[in-house]
Design a protein around this ligand. Structure first.
Ligand code: TMP
Length: 206
């Protein structure tokens, strides 16, 4: 089973996914936690390049292709083998991030993005996607308060991040059988408790 976490900046995905992985392991499941961009040695090199604030002149097309290249490597090297071995894969961001950031945020053509995404992933789609939704200002100030690594995308305008958030909300509404929206503006433990409920319900149905 393939579960992804998505959300705007400062939604707490990275902490939540680690806690969720630990929780599911305690329930006896074999869990693999990974992230995008990165998750492989090649992907980590791409991550450094695409997030380097010195690369201010990177075009949206280059940016999109770099995220897709990292994804292609992660799918082939990590995700597909883990799924084939019967593991539950939890991934911090996947192609929905490309649609939200490079599509809704940067304004690249969505059909083009889906075509390149299919090429990169071989058509792999998450079974369940958890959207950790948070108001843009709150998310950005959380990131700044926590002193987290700043990347090129963090330097974008508030209106860019608002388009990203709205893009996520639209995708969740368009495909409700895959997406579950969780209010991430609440304390960490409350959000985590809701994630347990959502995932357990999903696993029980499956
Ligand atoms: P994060 O590891 O803190 O979530 O940062 C990843 C950043 O990369 C975040 O700003 C979103 C951005 N991103 C994209 O713009 N497109 C993508 O396809 C992915 C995977 C990430």
């Amino acid at each position: 089973m393939f579960i992804t976490l998505e959300g705007p900046e400062g939604s707490g995905k990275s902490s939540q996914i680690e806690m969720l992985g630990d929780y599911l392991r305690r329930q006896g499941f074999t869990i693999l936690v990974t992230r995008e961009p990165g998750g492989t040695p090649i992907g980590d090199q791409i991550r450094d390049c695409v997030h380097d604030v010195g690369n201010a002149n990177m075009t949206p097309q280059t940016e999109m292709l770099l995220y897709s290249a990292s994804r292609a490597q992660l799918v082939a090297e990590v995700i597909r083998p883990a799924l084939a071995a019967g593991q539950i894969v939890l991934c911090d961001r996947f192609y929905d991030s490309t649609i939200a950031y490079q599509g809704y945020g940067r304004g690249l053509n969505l059909d083009d993005l889906y075509t390149i995404t299919r090429f990169a992933t071989g058509g792999l789609k998450p079974d369940l996607t958890l959207l950790l939704d948070i108001a843009v200002e709150k998310g950005l100030s959380r990131r700044a308060d926590n002193g987290l690594e700043m990347n090129r995308l963090d330097l974008e305008t508030v209106s860019f991040h608002q388009r990203v958030r709205q893009g996520y909300q639209k995708m969740a509404a368009q495909e409700p059988e895959r997406w579950v929206v969780v209010d991430a503006g609440r304390p960490l433990a409350e959000v985590q408790a809701e994630l347990h409920q959502v995932v357990e319900k999903y696993l029980a149905i499956r």
